[in-house]
Design a protein around this ligand. Structure first.
Ligand code: CDP
Length: 229
């Protein structure tokens, strides 16, 4: 992959939807970096590892983490996450795993493993017709690919983000209240923004888009216009 499109932003901002659409439109690979943090958080919890930096870092040295690509629904090359030979992609949704992800994401040794895995995607060439990658996360433009071709930072008000997350969870049949979702989103935001390693901040050269009052289609078109300049 030659072209790297980085999309960063807080939770519930619509990054995944936008990133997938963009990847589809451009014929690029789509990588959800959060899925790796979620997979590690999920597996650490499943293994009963104490959520403490030293224990998590030590456990991480014994885990094998892998990212592959599969064409699922449509022509989109989406990433799948493997931990110790098990595909865990389907286990990663929900706020419980989200909170575990945000906890393990504060551990530098874990960030290092995931960051180098993400950088490796760049050179992965099972299909040479794929000319680029759209990668979404928190630190793609700042840390993973500081030289990304185009960077976006997608933001929206806490109310709009919680509302979107709430609707998404309702669609999945989860029983939640809006105020609970808002609490969880706010707590995860606070942790992601204030952590010492790779805190969530826009890269100075990112196009910042506030999607509070924009539809997904408008956001995607706005991004395409920056990419095609
Ligand atoms: O989908 P959502 O925005 O809720 O979360 P996610 O992208 O799946 O990420 C889950 C958690 O992983 C975040 O709250 C971050 O703490 C962490 N993360 C990170 O630190 N760096 C990334 N590049 C991606 C996710």
């Amino acid at each position: 992959a030659d072209v790297v499109i980085a999309i960063d932003g807080p939770s519930g901002v619509g990054k995944s939807t936008v990133a997938k659409r963009l990847a589809e439109r451009l014929g690029y690979r789509y990588v959800d970096s959060g899925a790796l943090y979620r997979a590690v958080g999920w597996a650490a919890q499943a293994a009963g590892v104490p959520f403490e930096a030293g224990a998590l870092a030590e456990w991480m040295t014994r885990v094998s983490l892998k990212l592959t690509f599969a064409k699922r629904h449509s022509e989109l090359w989406a990433s799948e996450v493997w931990i110790d030979g098990q595909c865990v992609t389907s286990k990663l949704q929900g706020e419980t795993v989200g909170a575990a992800a945000s906890a393990v994401a504060t551990v530098p040794a874990i960030r290092q493993v995931i960051t180098s895995l993400l950088r490796g995607v760049h050179g992965q060439q099972e299909d040479e017709s794929v000319a680029g990658v759209v990668m979404e996360g928190r630190d793609i433009g700042t840390d993973v690919f500081p030289d990304a071709t185009v960077k976006f930072f997608l933001d929206a008000s806490i109310e709009a983000r919680s509302q979107r997350r709430f609707q998404e969870m309702q669609r999945r049949g989860q029983s939640v209240t809006l105020s609970r979702v808002m609490e969880a989103v706010a707590a995860r935001d606070a942790r992601d923004r204030s952590r010492e390693v790779a805190p969530l901040v826009p890269s100075s050269d990112a196009h910042v888009i506030d999607s509070t009052n924009l539809t997904i289609d408008v956001v995607v078109e706005r991004m395409l216009s920056k990419i095609r300049l």
